[in-house]
Design a protein around this ligand. Sequence first.
Ligand code: GLC
Length: 580
Amino acid sequence: MTRIDSTPAPSTEAVTVHAAGAAQGSWWRDAVIYQVYPRSFADSNGDGVGDLPGITAHLDHLVELGVDALWLSPFYRSPQKDAGYDVADYRDVDPLFGTLEDFDVLLEAAHARGVRVVVDLVPNHTSDQHVWFQAALAADEGSPERGRYLFREGRGAGGEEPPNNWQSIFGGPAWTRTTRADGTPGQWYLHLFDSSQPDLDWSNPEVRAEFEDVLRFWLDRGVDGFRVDVAHGMVKADGLPDWDGHVAMVDGADGDGTDAVNGSGNSGPMFDQDGVHEIYRAWRRILDEYDGDRAMVAEAWVEPLSRLARYVRPDEMHQAFNFSFLVAGWDAARLRGVVESSFRANDAVGAPTTWVLSNHDVVRHASRLGLAEPENRPNGLFATDPQPDAELGLRRARAASLLMLGLPGSSYVYQGEELGLPEHTTLEDVVRQDPAFFRTGGAEAGRDGCRIPMPWEAHSPAYGFSPDGAAWLPQPSSYAAHAADVERATVGSTFDLYRTALRLRKAEALGTGDLAWLGVFADDPHVVALRNRDVVVLANLGDAPVALPAGAEVLVASGELTDEAGAAAVPSDTTVWYRA
Ligand code: GLC
C-alpha cells in the first residue's frame, strides 16, 4: 500500500485483535439495533408528541435501512418529568403514546417485517406518581411501604441536613425531604436523578419480585428483550457512605476504556456495586425460560471495560453499551485502544462487543465531532457556546459511522443519525424540558438538542413529523435538507450510506467477523485500518490523503475518493471499505 503522506510504515504484518468466535447464531451477537425515541419519532395524532402508531406507520423506513431490531425508549405511563424515564405504571402505555393495543399492533407489524423489538426497563427508580411511592409518602416512617425506597432520617439535631452528601446526576442534592401530614418536616428520600424519580431499595425482595413480574409481562407480550436503564446503579453501598466525587450524565467513562476508574463517574458508592450481578443472574434465568432468544443490554457507565464485561458474563446480560467508544472522540490511537480493550474484555467472557456513537443523552455525533475538542462531552450546547462546524461534523460522523458498522459485534444507531441529523445547538431556554437544565440552574443546556422531532418530509409542516405541524420541540431549518424523503431518494446521502453499509455488512457477514489491524497502519497517528474477513475498513483521520493499493475494489466510502497521481486515495475524515 502506498502512502501519500510521509509517516514511516513500521511493519506490514496484520495484528489480530479478535478471531471470529465459535459462539454464533444468536441474533444479538451481530445485530444492528435502531433506537427509537418515541416522543420524537413520528406523531400520528397531531398533539406534537410522537406515538406508537407513528412508529408503526414508519416501519418501512427501518426495513429499507436494513436494521435488525428496534429499541424503544420508555412509552409507559408517566408524568414525563424525565421524558418517560420516570415510570408510574410499568405495565401500561401512557395515553400520550397510545394504548397497549397500539403496542401489540406495532410489535406484530415489526415482527412481520423481520424486525425485533427491545423495550426499555427502568428499575433504578420509579416516578413519584407510582402507586408505591404515593403509598410510601402516606405511610409511617419505618413502614413496609417506605421500605421499597430509600427513606432515611436527616442529619443534624432536627434532621435538617440530608442523610449524606450525594449529588443528583441532574444537579443539586440527591435527597429531598418529605413533609408529614401535620405539616412538619419528615424523612428524606434518595433520588440519583430528578426529585420526581425516587430510587428503589433493591435489597427489598418485594422490589425484586415486582420487576421479575414486569419482565414476564412484556416477555409474555412477545418482546425480544430489554434495555436496562442505569444498570450499574441499582445497588448502593451499605450504609450509604458520604462520597465527594461528582457524577455527570455523560461523564461516566474515561476514553480509551483501559484506564483505571477515574473517580469522576463510576467509582462512587452508588455505582457498580457487586450486588447488582445477582439481580441480572435472576433475570437471565427468566429470559432463558422463554423461547425466541430474548436478550438484555445494560446501560452501565462503567470503566474499565474489563469491569463492564462483568455485566455480560454468560449467566448475566447479553450485551452492554460501549460508551468508551462513544467518548473516544476523533483520534486514531484512542479509537484503536478502545476497540482492542473492547474485544479483550468481551472475548474473555464470550460476549459480543457493542458499538454506539449517539443516543438520547449525548450531543449527536454529527455535531460532537465538529467541535474543536470532540473528546469533551458537554451536556448539550447553548447558542452562546462555540458552535460545531456542521460540515466537518457531518463528514466525520459519516466516517465514524462507516468505521463502526465495519466492526464485528453489534451496533446501535440512534434515530436520525442515518439522516446525518445535527444537534439543535441554538434552542431557546424557554422551550427546554430536560430536568438537567433546571436542576443545574441553567448551567448545563441538557439533552433536548439531541431529542428534536424527526424530519420525514422536506416540504411539510414540522417536516412531516406530525399531521398539523405541531412539534414538542422546534426543529432547526437545517433539518429540511436532511428530511428522510430527500435522503432516501439521493444517491450518496447519509441514508444511502447507512443503507449500503448495512446491506454489505450483512452480505459480508462483518458482524460475526474477525479483526486484524493492518500492520502498516498499526501505530499510525492518523489512520485506523483493519481487516474484517475479506474487507478492509480504512478510516483516515489525518490531513494527508491515503492511497489505496492498486486493484482495491471499493465497496463503499463515506465521502468522495480523490485521485492522487493516478491512484485512488482516501481524503481527510473519510472511511472506505474495500476488498483487497
Ligand atoms: C438513563 C437514561 C436517561 C435518563 C436516566 C434516568 O441514563 O438514558 O435518559 O434520564 O437514565 O432514568
